[in-house]
Design a binder for this molecule. Sequence first.
Ligand SMILES: NC(=O)c1ccc[n+]([C@@H]2O[C@H](COP(=O)([O-])OP(=O)(O)OC[C@H]3O[C@@H](n4cnc5c(N)ncnc54)[C@H](O)[C@@H]3O)[C@@H](O)[C@H]2O)c1
Length: 258
Amino acid sequence: MTALDQYVTIQDCLQGRRCIITGSGGTIGRTFAEFIASCGGVPILVDVAPQPDTEAAVSAHGASYSAHQVDISDVGAIEAFYQDVDKEHGGVDLLINNAGLLSEVTLLDMTEDDWDRVLDVNAKGAVFMSQGAVRLMKDGEGDRQIVNIVSLAALVGGLYVGAPYVCSKAALLGLNRNYAVQAGRQYGIRVNSISPVIVSGQMISDTPSEAIDGVKDLMKVWKQEVPPIHLLYVFEMLCRTPSITGKNIVIDGGILLE
Ligand SMILES: NC(=O)c1ccc[n+]([C@@H]2O[C@H](COP(=O)([O-])OP(=O)(O)OC[C@H]3O[C@@H](n4cnc5c(N)ncnc54)[C@H](O)[C@@H]3O)[C@@H](O)[C@H]2O)c1
């Protein structure tokens, strides 16, 4: 018997596992969904909008999956969703809290609606999605995990983004720590987060190029947008290392070094 006898692949971890991905119609969510399908997992797709491209990508891997149109800012809709999941899948093994709205509103222009719109999805939505997941995961077997997609913005002043986004992501980091303790101690469920700097894709398509260039200038290495696949590599590490919980893995090209 050698240490390598304990070696597991990501396919070993995800095979047959029921994985909820919120915001699965967007750039990062679709990447996660396709990856999970390619590893033999069962993607449970959640987005406020229809997501034909993600369904096509997941189907191409021959995966068994389900797709749900849910507004995660509506707690009643989340409860109805989990009833459907329980009926259709009989439980959940992994939740990726990925759905999110960006806000670039400035300090003096911010309205109450700007605040509520973003906090309701990024913070409240993730909190109640996690609560529902823990209810279904707590009697499950094997490794069960929640992965929160946060942002470097939670750890710095926001660079170019507004207070609603920064505060919602900081709340998500609090959720990460709180649920890691509560769900970990009582039910053995792990909770971790990934905090990337700018990721190429739809979300930053309207962001002025000077703002993006300003962020790239702060990076010590890489100095470009992070491709979604880098989040997958971190996700893979988290799945394959069941002794890690309560951690926030930052993908920032070294911005936080100074
Ligand atoms: N793109 C970046 O630069 C970047 C950087 C750091 C963190 N993030 C985070 O990564 C996550 C995914 O970002 P992305 O780049 O794929 O964005 P995206 O805009 O491509 O996707 C976000 C998805 O969330 C969905 N969504 C929005 N409101 C919802 C609601 N009420 N209910 C359910 N779904 C809803 C959208 O329909 C969309 O499909 C977000 O949480 C974002 O904050 C992104």
